[in-house]
Design a protein around this ligand. Structure first.
Ligand SMILES: Cc1ncc(COP(=O)(O)O)c(C=O)c1O
Length: 435
């Protein structure tokens, strides 16, 4: 068998596997889960806030009461009763429509893969916020698509930047198949698409004949206000909506969904049947029963309060300890803060030093398809207790200070890095000693 010496199967793999690399988050998992490390890396929900005895009883009763049904194969599209309840969940964000246009998926991750398989041929362009969700980038990369990032600011995706990108693509004779967006409490950026920008984005979608894939697992986890209306609630022909029970109930059940225009829905079901035959029946019953019999909206409030307290702990600790030159987003919901280091620092290069100081974060590069993000990193506040968060930030601030000192020793004060940056080909490129 020929192939490279490290992998004897190398010359047999399909082309789509070539761009596939282990995600920054999974690569960190083993070391970040050591007890001495404060992990601000993973985006795992705080499941201990669930009433496990009640959930356990409910799930046990499903098997003892109707095992032959709940453990059986089911329909490829997903259980009708669950799809009806999903319509009620989406109504909280202003979405109306038919349960017949919902496809239940194995988490919204499968939905991302389905949408990619239905719409993307190799070389097709997908627009996505920069930074963007790693799991989505993975699905687009597996489909051999070309991701073009569109910048965000504190109010989410910038409509003018979207239009500029669409015009540039048009000049280049390329057309984006869809815009992928996480409008609420963005992973990883922590920002939310402002209300007044929502119709502007949809207007651009209309004018440039663009589909929009709205990925919204965090929409109900806002700290300060009622959920904003979903893009899908403003346009049911152009928007394909992805939802999930991973953040509002339990990610281990792997239950998510897509709401799509009817014609698209049929294609999604065909592709999903080819992948998994049907989504897991028992897990669908568990979610349906949870939504029907438990005070799930109250439970979402409990989660929100937990995350609000942790967000506060993180932001207060950042304010108190991070060296000058760092900046970060201030999320009003969800799990994540996006931090930008002073010019010249590199979050990926700094990572081993962070782990040595027993704090884990996710370097920003993994959230871009094009190598941007060297100065950026993601901090998650969802899982650690507030005191651990404060300790983690104290450790991180120490590491950043050390890095700044190191760079000052080698390159002079911060001002001179900025001069260097102004003259460097890419303002985001690492310094010469970090390349
Ligand atoms: C923006 C976004 N989309 C999709 C997912 C995948 O969620 P699920 O567990 O439903 O597959 C996540 C998980 O972190 C996410 O943050």
């Amino acid at each position: 068998m020929s192939g490279n010496s490290l992998d004897p199967y190398a010359d047999r793999y399909a082309r789509r596997t070539q761009g596939m690399t282990i995600s920054e988050i999974r690569a960190l998992f083993a070391v970040a889960s050591r007890p001495e490390v404060v992990s601000l890396a993973g985006g795992m929900p705080f499941l201990s806030a669930l009433p496990m005895d009640v959930v356990g009883e409910m799930m046990g009763a499903l098997v003892t009461g109707a095992g032959a049904t709940v453990l059986q194969y089911g329909s490829g599209q997903g259980m009708p009763a669950l799809r009806e309840r999903i319509m009620d969940v989406m109504a909280l964000e202003g979405i109306t429509g038919s349960a017949d246009d919902v496809v239940v998926t194995v988490g919204s991750q499968q939905a991302l893969d389905l949408v990619s398989r239905v719409f993307l041929d190799p070389g097709d362009v997908v627009l996505a916020e920069g930074p963007s969700y790693v799991g989505a980038l993975g699905a687009f990369s597996a489909a051999e698509a070309d991701v073009v990032h569109v910048p965000m600011d504190g109010d989410g995706l910038i409509p003018a930047a979207l239009e500029e990108t669409l015009l540039r693509l048009r000049r280049e004779g390329r057309r984006a198949k869809f815009l992928y967006t996480v409008p609420n409490f963005h992973n990883p950026a922590g920002v939310t698409l402002a209300l007044d920008r929502r119709p502007q984005i949809l207007d651009l979608a209309e004018r440039y004949d663009l589909l929009v894939v709205e990925d919204n697992p965090y929409g109900l986890l806002g700290f300060d206000r009622d959920p904003l209306p979903a893009l899908r609630s403003m346009d049911d022909a152009r928007v394909i909506y992805l939802g999930s029970f991973s953040k509002t109930f339990a990610p281990g059940l792997r239950v998510g969904w897509v709401l799509a225009p009817h014609a698209v829905r049929e294609k999604l079901v065909l592709v999903s049947e080819a992948q998994v035959l049907c989504p897991p029946t028992y897990n669908q019953y568990a979610v349906e029963s949870y939504l029907r019999t438990q005070p799930w909206v109250e439970q979402v409030k409990v989660f929100r309060e937990v995350y609000r307290e942790r967000r506060d702990a993180l932001l207060e600790a950042l304010d108190a300890t991070m060296p000058e030159g760092c900046s970060w987003t201030k999320p009003d919901g969800g799990f994540y803060v996006w931090l930008t280091l002073p010019p010249g620092l590199d979050a990926k290069v700094m990572q081993p030093r962070g782990l040595h100081a027993r704090v884990a974060y996710v370097p920003g590069v993994g959230f871009y398809a094009d190598g941007q993000g060297r100065r950026e990193l993601r901090l998650s506040y969802c899982l650690p207790e507030p005191d651990r968060i404060r300790e983690g930030v104290r450790r991180l601030a120490g590491v950043v200070e050390e890095e700044i000192e190191l760079r000052t020793t080698f390159l002079g004060p911060v001002g001179s890095w900025e001069t260097w940056h102004r003259h460097s080909p890419s303002a985001d490129a690492p310094g010469p000693d970090l390349a």
